[in-house]
Unconditional design. Sequence first.
Length: 96
Amino acid sequence: MQLFFFASFHVRAGCETVAEENLRAVLDPTRAEAGCLGINAFRSTQDPQLFVIHSRWADEAAFELHATVAHTVNFIRSIEGLLDARAEFTRTEMIG
C-alpha cells in the first residue's frame, strides 16, 4: 500500500533562504530513490517562514529506508537548527 507523507516546519525569521536552499538540495536525491513515487516542496504564500513537504512512497518500508539515507539525515540536521517551532510529520494512506 502506498504511503503519503506530509511534513511542515516553521523557521525563524531570517532563515527562509537557507531553509529553501536546503530543501531544494534534498529533492533530486530523494526523487532518485527507488521507492519514491514523488516529492514536492512548498512555501506558504501567507507565511514565508512556513514550509511543507508532500511525498509519496511505494510502501512504508521505502519511506523507512529514506529516513536513514545520508541526504535525508543531513537535511533534517540542517533544518533542526533553523526551526522556531516543532516540525510536524504525518504518514497517511489515501482513503478516496
